[in-house]
Design a protein around this ligand. Structure first.
Ligand code: NAI
Length: 736
């Protein structure tokens, strides 16, 4: 039975969660039904005196409760059902909060969403200080809010400012941080965590709460009336403790949310609304506000799309490779080339506890690669997401040199040297000569052909592409590129490694630009055509951001590097001919000294790497007039997005990837395509492929043949089909 209740002779009861079928404890419908029974048993035992204190814990060391069942949330179709689901959860947790005995949540491992709300309904919370513990309310990232009492209970416990930070960011906290803000009362050492938690419960059963710092604390508290428990500064006490202070906190938070989200995400605004309207009201009223907000959010398109992406992402990370445990086999990685990419790859590997040998031809380059990795670790320490000692330990997993010493022992070698075919071929041959026959060799090329490189090798079956994005530690996507001769085993090893590095793998065929650059290329080029036509560049960037993109196309070109983008454009033109021919404005710019952000000047001006302002003098550099017209945003959006949809349709026609899900994951994870839209092809499906086809046809008449809808788009428009319906995500690692 999961969960189950066990009561010992001293009257200490344990509700133990232990899902044997899943990697984490999840609050599925069945689990909630069982919990309902178990709480009933606890109520009975408390009434007849058999239960004197209760501990909630998990039998699994790495997972307390990872939250509610996301599939169940995704399946909710109407508002009424969503409100009812929230009320049911609140009622169940309300019964735990109302138990007439002291209750303690002993949190070890992942504790998220409904798991955290369950812990909040207990009187006390303790957490294991082991590295696995993370406690948070990530609902906002899925477009909803903590609806099982979380939005109601958290502000009472943490104070307004800290509670908003936890709920609006959705980011889970480590145990020590959770203790600091008051989310947990004590942090216990990993060793004997359960025994110590039980000892505390025994003390509670005897009426002693001092060891939890709670002498005399109101038992009615449960995060509602007891007052904030965290260490708080005078400033935050003043802000949270007075009506004008709270109004200021809420106003500031709202402004920050709007700035960060462009108003595209309703969930954080709803969290603020529920907290604001509920302040000072009864618990029942606040819970009802919370439930009604869940009703509105759960059926919104934003929530549906975020859940859709979450499911795609989880499926890609599980893939057929995850259960095999193959990634666990990679104990040692080698990286050849210690530039920004090589150093970045070494850092994520070491961060994930994999030993790395980094090789370059110059000592200075090796030192540079190590310094790059160290700076990323230092930044993590600065953000307090990693302890200094732990960062130093992981950094020590990286060693470097100018010879092949140690490379031969690696199970996987990632080549990240300069982007020149003869150099790569020579390096790959050298690597093949020193590694074990079953080692996998991968190239991090962004534009060269995997099959061309494979031709230089004795064992092409053990070779593939592994395309990381820049900056490696931030970008969640890895394209695993399958060459014609690459074995399934090599693909799966690299995909599993990507998952172990915390990334989302998408498997692509060996075709120019692979997936993401192939689709993004025409969009950036189209931005060049818009300049040639006389539109205002800054206004185009703004329109694209308002559509929900992280940055406009010119800002993105600056980020990639004008030289790098130009080079990529050339490769694409060679591969695909006229329709990818670079816009004259971009060709003119490629010959100048403006290289984008790295040189301090591109379409924008930068100081110390930070964007300052759009630079109108860029027009003269492109030999264009500075007199610019303001574009119609709808026209700009269609120009930029439709050209990508048409290219994505080609990618599917040519089977570069196998599903629309792969395209959407690639574009969201690789370019930040507006997540609330669910991805590029989800946007196309929602807009209607018939409308996409008609708009493309209209643009092809005014802007040129590159807009002519490809046969797949025309066919889907004709039969009323969708991309996702026609190219569903496959269950197996079938070849693309
Ligand atoms: P980089 O050119 O800055 O660094 C390459 C490093 O390789 C240099 O330290 C160089 O000394 C070293 N190297 C050259 N020949 C070597 C050899 N024979 N043996 C060992 N090391 C050698 O390049 P970056 O930016 O780090 O990129 C590396 C690879 O990753 C390239 O193939 C690039 O196309 C690809 N890539 C780059 C991205 C980017 O945004 N920079 C994004 C994705 C892929």
């Amino acid at each position: 039975m999961n969960p189950r209740l066990v009561i010992d002779d001293e009257g200490v009861g344990r509700i133990v969660f232990d899902d044997l079928e899943r990697p984490h404890n999840i609050l599925t419908r069945e689990v909630l039904e069982t919990l309902d029974q178990v709480v009933g048993e606890a109520e009975g035992a408390a009434r007849n005196g058999a239960l004197r204190a209760l501990v909630v814990l998990s039998a699994r060391p790495a997972s307390f409760i990872a939250g509610a069942d996301v599939n169940a949330i995704a399946a909710i179709e109407d508002r009424g059902a969503a409100i009812q689901a929230a009320r049911d959860g609140q009622a169940l947790y309300g019964r735990i909060a109302a138990l007439p005995v002291p209750t303690l949540a002993a949190v070890r491992g992942i504790c998220l969403g409904g798991g955290t709300e369950l812990a909040l309904s207990c009187d006390y919370r303790v957490a294991d200080d082991g590295g696995h513990t993370r406690i948070g309310l990530p609902e906002v990232q899925l477009g909803i809010l903590p609806g099982w009492g979380g939005t109601t209970r958290l502000p009472g416990l943490l104070g307004l400012s800290a509670a908003l930070k936890v709920m609006l960011s959705g980011k889970p906290l480590r145990a020590s941080r959770a203790r600091r803000v008051g989310l947990v009362d004590r942090v216990l050492p990993t060793q004997q965590f359960e025994q110590r938690s039980l000892a505390l419960a025994r003390a509670l059963a005897r009426g002693e709460s001092e060891s939890l710092g709670g002498a005399g604390r109101s038992r009615r508290g449960r995060g509602l009336a007891a007052g904030p428990r965290g260490r708080r500064t005078l400033g935050s006490r003043l802000l949270d403790g007075t009506p004008p202070g709270r109004a200021l906190v809420l106003r500031t938070a709202r402004r920050q949310v709007l700035k960060r989200t462009g108003g595209h995400y309703p969930a954080p605004l709803k969290i603020l609304e529920v907290v604001r309207k509920g302040w000072g009201r009864s618990v029942a009223e606040r819970l009802e506000l919370e439930a009604r907000a869940v009703g509105e959010l759960a059926v919104s398109s934003e929530c549906k799309n975020l859940l859709f992406l979450f499911q795609l992402r989880e499926a890609a990370r599980k893939g057929p490779w995850a259960p095999s445990g193959r990634a666990a086999d990679v104990g040692k990685l080698a990286v050849i080339g210690a530039g920004p990419m090589g150093g970045g790859i070494a850092q994520v590997a070491a961060y994930n506890n994999i030993r790395v040998r980094m090789k370059d031809i110059h000592h200075e380059a090796v030192a540079g690669g190590l310094a790059h990795a160290r700076s990323i670790f230092d930044a993590a320490v600065g953000r307090r997401s990693l302890r200094r000692r732990e960062a130093a330990r992981r950094m020590r997993l990286i060693s470097g040199g100018v010879d092949y010493a140690g490379v031969g022992r690696a199970e996987v070698v990632v080549e990240a040297v300069v982007e020149r075919l003869p150099v790569k071929e020579a390096v790959l041959r050298d690597v093949e000569a020193v590694v074990a026959p079953d080692a996998v060799i991968a190239s991090n090329t962004s534009s060269l052909s995997i099959d061309r490189m494979a031709a230089a090798l004795e064992r092409p079956g053990r070779f593939a592409g592994m395309h990381f994005f820049n900056p490696v530690h931030r970008m969640p996507l890895v394209e695993v590129v399958r060459g014609a001769k690459t074995s399934d085993d090599a693909v799966e090893t690299l995909a599993a490694l990507a998952v172990r590095l915390g990334k989302v793998p998408v498997i692509t065929r060996d075709a120019p630009g692979f997936l993401v650059n192939r689709i993004l290329g025409p969009c950036l080029n189209e931005a060049g055509h818009l300049l040639d036509e006389g539109w205002d560049g800054h206004a185009v960037d703004r329109a694209w951001k308002r559509f929900g993109m992280p940055m406009g196309p010119y800002r993105l070109i600056d980020e990639v590097g004008i030289d790098v983008a130009g080079h990529a454009g050339q490769t694409m033109t060679e591969a695909f001919g006229d329709r990818m021919a670079p816009a004259p404005a971009l060709v003119a710019l490629a010959g100048t000294e403006r290289l984008g952000r790295k040189s301090g000047r591109g379409f924008y001006r930068y100081a110390k790497g930070r964007e300052k302002s759009f630079d109108p003098s860029v027009y003269a550099e492109m030999q264009l007039s500075t007199a610019r017209s303001r574009p119609d945003p709808a026209h700009v959006l269609d120009r930029l997005v439709l050209v990508m949809i048409n290219e994505a349709a080609r990618v599917l026609e040519e089977r570069v990837v196998r599903s629309a899900a792969d395209v959407d994951l690639g574009m969201v994870m690789g370019t930040g395509f507006a997540p609330f839209r669910g991805g590029l092809l989800k946007y196309a499906d929602d807009r209607g492929v018939a409308d996409v086809a008609a708009s493309l046809a209209a643009l092809s008449r005014t802007c040129g043949d590159r807009y002519a809808p490809v046969p797949l788009v025309e066919e889907l428009a004709r039969i009323g089909g969708t991309f996702h319906g026609t190219f569903p995500a496959a269950k197996s690692a079938a070849r693309p």
